[in-house]
Design a protein around this ligand. Sequence first.
Ligand SMILES: CC(=O)SCCNC(=O)CCNC(=O)[C@H](O)C(C)(C)COP(=O)(O)OP(=O)(O)OC[C@H]1O[C@@H](n2cnc3c(N)ncnc32)[C@H](O)[C@@H]1OP(=O)(O)O
Ligand SMILES: O=C([O-])CC(=O)C(=O)O
Length: 371
Amino acid sequence: MTATKGLEGIVAAKSSISSIIDGVLTYQGINIDELAEKASFEEVVYLLWHGKLPNSSELDGLNAQLGEYAAVSPEVIEGLRLYPRDANSMAALRTAVSSLALYDSEANDMSQEANYRKAVKLQAQLPTIVAAFARLREGKEPIAPKKGVGIAHNFLYMLTGEEPAQVAIEAMDKALVLHADHELNASTFASRVTVATLSDIYSGVTSAIGTLKGPLHGGANEAVMVMLDEIGSLANVESYIQSKLDNKVKIMGFGHRVYKNGDPRAKHLMQMSRQLGELKGDMTLYDMSIKIEELVTGQKGLKPNVDFYSASCYTMLGIPRDLFTPIFAISRVSGWTAHILEQYEDNRLIRPRAEYVGPVDQHYVPISQRG
Ligand SMILES: CC(=O)SCCNC(=O)CCNC(=O)[C@H](O)C(C)(C)COP(=O)(O)OP(=O)(O)OC[C@H]1O[C@@H](n2cnc3c(N)ncnc32)[C@H](O)[C@@H]1OP(=O)(O)O
Ligand SMILES: O=C([O-])CC(=O)C(=O)O
C-alpha cells in the first residue's frame, strides 16, 4: 500500500454534478462560460440539485421556498450577538451553521424530503447569517431578508440596509454562479466524508465550511486581498512579487490542483474586475492584479485561479475582505448540498487506508525506565 500525497490524481467518487475534463468545467454538462453569461444563481442551484435547468414554474417554486426559509431562527441570531466582535468570520459562520441544527426540528430526519428541505434552508440562510454577523460586529441590528428578490440582491441588501445597484447585483450573482460547484474539491470531499457515516446535512456543511476556511482553498480570496493591501500601489507590485518568488513564498490566488493551463472561471472575474474598475473610475486594483498575473505567470507558469480576481471585484463592491470566504460559502453551499444529497442516494462509508511509515516491533516500556 503506497499513499499519494494529497490524494493527487485519485478518483474517490462517482458524481454527476460537475466535471472538469481537459480543463473544461461543466455543471451537469453545461459549460461554465455559458452559465456565467446566461444563468442566474438560483437556476444554477436548481441545476445542481435536480440535474436539469428549471422551467419557470420550477424556478418560481424554488425562489418561493428560498424566500420562505431565508429568515434564521431568533436563537441563532441571539447566538451571533454573543460572538466576539473580532471573531474570525469563517469561524463565526461555521459555528452559526452548526447551531442551525439545534433549532431545526427535522435536523436528524434522514428522509429524502427532509434532506432536500434542509438543503434549501441552508442555501437560504447562509446569506442571512453572514450579513447579520457583519452588521452585529459593527454594532448594527441585522436586517430581515426581503421577499421576492434573488440571493445576490438580498445578501447585498441585508449587508448594507440599502437597495443595491443593479450592476452590483449582477456582479454578485455572476460570482455566485462561478463559485457554486467544483467536482471533488477539498470542502466538498469533507462534506461527503462526513455524511457518508450517515451523519446529518448540517454536520456535512459544517465540516465543509471548516475546510473551505483554509488559505490553500477558499481562504485564498481573502489572502489575495491582504496581499493587494500590503502592496498598496502599482509601483510596488514588481519588487513585492519578485521578493516573494525569490523566497519561494506562495502567491495566493495562483495555481490549482486540477487546472494546469488556467482556471476557466478566472477570465470572467478578471473581466468583472475591469468593468467594476471602469465604473468606479479607479483601475488601481485591476491594474495591480494584471501586473501580478504577468509576473507570476511569466516566471512560474502559474495561472490565476477563481480566488485571484474575485478579491478585487468584492473590494470594488465595497465588501470587507474577511467576508470574501463567507461569500464563497454562500455560493458553494449549493454544491456541497448537491453532493451530500448525491452521497445519501447511493451511500457507502468513505474510509481509505493509510500507508504506515511509523516504527515497528516496539514494546511497552514502564514509565520508570523511559528516558
Ligand atoms: C478555490 C480554491 O481552492 S482554488 C486554490 C486556492 N489556493 C490558493 O490560491 C493558494 C495558492 N496556491 C497553492 O497553494 C497551490 O497551487 C494549490 C494548493 C492550489 C494546489 O496545490 P498542489 O496541487 O498541492 O500544488 P503544490 O502546492 O504541490 O505546488 C506544486 C509546485 O508549484 C508551486 N506553487 C504552487 N502554487 C504556487 C503559488 N501560488 N505560488 C508560488 N508557487 C506555487 C509549489 O511551491 C510547488 O513547487 P515545487 O514543486 O518547486 O515545490
Ligand atoms: O477544486 C479545487 O481544488 C478547489 C476549488 O474548490 C475550486 O477551484 O473551486
